[in-house]
Design a protein around this ligand. Structure first.
Ligand code: ZN
Length: 316
């Protein structure tokens, strides 16, 4: 009884200053700001989405920025690293670019045969650039912006989560979400999702004595796995509920529909539908160029805009 999860849908983290977040992800990392909206659960704060040219599932990094929010602590019960896939041949380009932008980085060696460059975003969120062979040719939807397409980030590579004990988390990933244990290196076990390759892997670190994480800026809020449509989402929801996971009802997120639950290691998981996608309220060309609100907040647009900090958009 398992419904296959094809891959990662998006990852959402908490940041402090929205402008610094926009400048880093669209500047140093060259991602496209694909949606400027508000936190649907708290419209006094932005929800910033970055991704590829059209904001495809699997490329989306999203942030809730709160100015002045203190840093959290990365630790057990969290996603502890977020990896982005870049063409293997572009890693030297990336080391030089990070130097130019004064972003500290370290060569973190090889992981399952791929080279890892580790860095942090301006809030201290752990990021990794992982060089993947053959990605050069995989350029269909790449955002050809400040970073030339041949070197640009292609999509998310994988996430690393840290949990105290592997067993219950492993059972959920494999038996309920249909992932397959695909390898182990030290304290790290890798699980592969149906689509395969970069964007369809999660690494679970366990048996470490890392202290528990603490919420705050630079901390991942949740990771979302893809599901093709509403029907597959309901099937998964029923599976999760029958296993006594405390799963939410389906939430309307406009660009996708979502359910949420805590996995046994303490990490908040979301299952998000592939559709309808980022182009539902603005064209692909316009993505991220203006504040978009869900229909139920449009009547309060003036009040909401006034309360939000002003930001300078890329190219603006
Ligand atoms: Zn989410």
């Amino acid at each position: 009884m398992s419904t296959l999860v094809p891959g990662i849908h998006h990852l959402t983290a908490v940041a402090s200053d929205p402008q610094r977040n926009i400048d880093f992800y669209t500047g140093a990392l060259g991602l496209r700001l694909v949606k400027l909206t508000v936190n649907f659960d708290d419209p006094s704060s932005y929800h910033l989405y970055y991704g590829d040219r059209s904001g495809s599932p699997g490329t989306l990094l999203t942030f809730f920025p709160h100015r002045g929010l203190p840093r959290g602590r990365t630790g057990a019960g969290q996603v502890t690293a977020t990896a982005l896939a870049v063409p293997a041949s572009s890693l030297d380009f990336w080391r030089r670019r990070l130097d130019e932008f004064d972003v500290g980085h370290t060569d973190a060696g090889e992981r399952f045969g791929e080279t890892v460059v580790a860095l942090e975003d301006p809030d201290g969120m752990p990021l990794e650039l992982i060089g993947v062979e053959g990605l050069e040719a995989d350029a269909e939807n790449v955002f050809d912006g400040v970073v030339p397409a041949h070197s640009a980030v292609r999509r998310m590579h994988s996430v690393t989560m840290t949990v105290r004990s592997l067993d219950a988390t492993s059972r959920l990933l494999t038996e309920t979400l249909g992932m397959q244990a695909s390898g182990a290196e030290g304290e790290r076990t890798r699980y592969a999702m149906a689509q395969g390759g970069a964007g369809a892997m999660v690494d679970v670190r366990s048996g470490t004595d890392d202290p528990a994480g603490r919420r705050g800026a630079g901390i991942v809020h949740h990771v979302a796995w893809r599901t093709p449509d509403d029907e597959s989402q309901i099937t998964l929801r029923n599976d999760l509920a029958s296993l006594a996971h405390n799963v939410t009802t389906v939430q309307e997120r406009c660009y996708f529909r979502s359910i949420y639950f805590l996995e046994p290691g303490g990490v908040l998981f979301e299952i998000a539908t592939d559709g309808p996608g980022m182009a539902i309220d603005e064209s692909v060309e316009e993505l991220g160029s203006a504040l978009r609100l869900p229909p139920w907040f449009e009547g309060r647009r003036e009040e909401i805009e006034k309360a939000l900090p002003k930001v300078r958009l890329p190219g603006g």
